[in-house]
Every structure is written in structure tokens, then in C-alpha cells.
Ligand binder design. Structure first.
Ligand code: UT7
Length: 335
């Protein structure tokens, strides 16, 4: 059986920086509240005049990842695209990426697992490579949140958290079984689907119905989050799934060289860091600059950590995420 290894990484974030003070001019919030509760100082939002969408940003990140991998787009056998903010209801972002990158007619799969999207996507790619079906897979996480947020006072508990951006990884076959993705661990608990959701438009609440209701107070097409409920589950599931990954590989917390948690809230990352007794050099956070970019967050953070030489050959790298669904997961890598 083959193994899979990340051989190229890239990310793209929109140029427009939106600070906490900028948000306080749009809604009843403050830099103090946002920093104390989330650690976020600023985020990137697509500018009104920009043509960036999830697929466009995904394509920009992918070009960088493919170039750094030393491959060309014709070497890519398959695309996996994770997003909760696709350009269209259907078809998905994967086929749009295939078109934008002018790639051959390779398969393209969309993953709808929100904050865990990149972890799920990477795990799927790993299975395809391990079985020998594909050799090089482009794995993308991309989100365009800012177009769909409630920027009134009523939406402040959600809108201040989310940012736009994209990241991409090229996962490639290796015959060295000591390196690459060691294991991945995926979970879900649909019982809590409504704690973090966008309910409409959907097949249950389709556009004619929304128009018929024409209710100015209808917020069902904005993200809803029961923040404290989600927070409590996040800290529990992050811990569980990291322990599960470590155990599966006979590793301990001290063996972690770099933990890249999904950037949901700096307080969640700090809780996990303390729980596992990790020092600052063993955990990478960039939520301060980008906010929560959902399916893009882990791959943007992984790319930045790698660019800053914080990941070295042979390091144990742990990726972990939790979010809407609920879904959660971890990927354990020997770099
Ligand atoms: O990525 C997917 C997974 N997501 C997560 O894991 C996120 C988990 N949840 C969280 O990170 C936190 O729950 C939030 C950051 C969303 C909220 O922080 P919190 O400490 O749980 O605050 P809260 O919702 O309990 O609200 C506390 C107070 C409330 O006022 P009262 O009722 O105490 O008077 C809110 O109305 O803060 C108020 N508040 C705000 N104030 C200023 C809520 N949002 C804001 C805001 N600015 N943006």
C-alpha cells in the first residue's frame, strides 16, 4: 500500500483588511469585546468591487500550491473542494476550480463539512492515494463568508468571527511508509445540526416560499450559532479526537511538534494547548489576522506555519477541527 504526503501548500486571502474598529461602525460591538472573547484583531473580507468568490480564491491558492509542489496542473488526478459558501447552490466549487485552472477532465468532489471540511477532504484524498487509485490530488478549502453575514446588531455574535480566504494542498503518493499522513479520524453528531446552521434557502425552505413570506425579520438565510453550546462541545471534541489520533499512532502529547487547530476561537486553541501541556512553539494560531475561515482555516494556518519554517522534516504535525454538523476530526502527519 502507498502512503500520501503533502508536497505543496498555498493560500490566498483578499486584500481588504476589516478591523474590529471597522466592525464597530457597522454594528454594536467593540475591539475590546472581540479580542477578549475570540482573540481576533482583524479579518479579510472580499471588497465590494472584487471578483473573488470561494472558487476564485480557491483557484488562486491552488496555483501557488501546485507551483510549489513542482508538478503541473496536468499531473493532478483529482480535485477535492471543501466549502460551506459555494458560488452556486449547484454545481459545486470543485468543477468551477477545474474550469478556472483549465485542468484536464479529472474528477472533482465537493465536501460539505464546514469547519472540519479540510480535515475530511484530506482524509478522503489520503484514502484514494493509499489504495493506488490516484497519485496527485489537489485538496482545497475556501470560504466567502462576508457576502452572507448579518451585519446588523442582531448578527454581531456571529458576523465578527468569520473571515474570507482559501488554502490548497497537493497530496502526492510516496512509497516511504514512515512519512506522510499516518492516520485520520472523523466524527459527526447530527443531533446538534441546528446549533450552528444556515437554514434557508434549502429544499425545505425554497426561494418561492422565502419570497412568499417576504418577512423582513426572516433571518433563516444568515448563519445562526448557539455560541456557548458550540464552544463547550468544541473543547471536548477537539481533545477527544487529538487523543484518538495520538493513541492510534502510539504517540503522546510531548511527541507533537506542531498542532494546527481549526481557528474557531483563540480561547479554544489556548484551552487545548493547556490541556495537552504544549508550549507556544508547538501550537500555531493565526485567527488574530484572519478570523474563522471555516474550511480554509486549517490549510491557511498549515501553509503559514510551513512558510515560517515552523514545520521541519520528520516532525509530528497534528491537524484538528470541530464545527457545524457537528462534525470533527484529526489528521496525524509525520512531515
Ligand atoms: O468554527 C466552528 C465552531 N465555532 C466555535 O467553536 C465557536 C464557539 N463559540 C464561541 O467562540 C463563543 O461562544 C462566541 C465568541 C461566539 C461568543 O462568546 P461568548 O463568550 O460565548 O459570549 P456570549 O454569546 O455568551 O455573549 C456574552 C455577551 C452577551 O451579552 P449579555 O447577554 O451578557 O448582555 C452578548 O449579547 O456578549 C454579547 N455579545 C457581544 N457584545 C459585543 C455577543 N456578541 C457580541 C459582539 N460585540 N460582537
Amino acid at each position: 500500500m502507498y502512503n500520501s504526503k503533502i508536497i505543496g501548500l498555498g493560500y490566498y486571502v483578499p486584500e481588504r483588511v476589516v478591523t474590529n474598529n471597522d466592525l464597530s461602525k457597522m454594528m454594536d460591538t467593540s475591539d475590546k469585546w472581540i479580542q477578549e472573547r475570540t482573540g481576533i484583531k482583524e479579518r479579510r473580507w472580499v471588497a465590494p468591487e472584487s471578483k473573488d468568490t470561494s472558487s476564485v480564491m480557491g483557484a488562486k491558492a491552488s496555483r501557488i500550491a501546485i507551483e510549489r509542489s513542482g508538478l503541473t496542473k496536468t499531473d493532478i488526478d483529482f480535485i477535492i473542494f471543501a466549502t460551506l459558501s459555494p458560488d452556486m447552490y449547484f454545481p459545486g466549487g470543485g468543477v468551477q476550480l477545474q474550469n478556472m485552472l483549465e485542468m484536464p477532465t479529472v474528477g472533482a468532489l465537493d465536501v460539505r463539512n464546514q469547519c472540519s471540511g479540510f480535515i475530511y477532504a484530506l482524509s478522503i484524498a489520503d484514502q484514494f492515494i493509499k489504495t493506488g487509485m490516484y497519485k496527485n490530488i489537489l485538496v482545497v478549502g475556501a470560504e466567502y463568508h462576508s457576502g452572507g453575514l448579518d451585519k446588523s446588531d442582531a448578527g454581531r455574535h456571529v458576523s465578527v468571527i468569520f473571515g474570507d480566504g482559501a488554502g490548497a494542498a497537493v497530496l502526492s503518493r510516496t512509497e516511504d511508509n514512515t512519512k506522510g499522513i499516518l492516520s485520520s479520524h472523523l466524527h459527526s453528531e447530527g443531533e446538534h445540526a441546528e446549533q450552528l446552521t444556515v437554514k434557508g434557502p434549502s429544499i425545505c425552505k425554497w426561494v418561492p416560499e422565502l419570497l412568499k413570506e417576504n418577512d423582513p425579520n426572516d433571518k433563516s438565510y444568515y448563519p445562526y450559532m448557539n455560541g456557548t453550546f458550540v464552544f463547550k462541545h468544541a473543547v471536548m471534541r477537539f481533545s477527544e479526537v487529538i487523543i484518538e489520533g495520538l493513541k492510534a499512532n502510539h504517540l503522546k502529547a510531548v511527541d507533537i511538534n506542531m498542532l494546527i487547530p481549526h481557528q474557531a476561537n483563540l480561547r479554544i486553541s489556548q484551552f487545548i494547548q493547556k490541556k495537552f501541556g504544549l508550549n507556544d512553539s508547538q501550537v500555531f494560531n493565526n485567527i488574530q489576522k484572519y478570523g474563522n475561515t471555516t474550511a480554509a482555516s486549517v490549510v491557511i494556518a498549515l501553509t503559514e506555519a510551513w512558510e515560517q519554517n515552523k514545520i521541519k522534516d520528520n516532525d509530528i504535525v497534528v491537524l484538528a477541527a470541530f464545527g457545524s454538523g457537528f462534525t470533527w476530526g484529526s489528521v496525524i502527519i509525520r512531515w
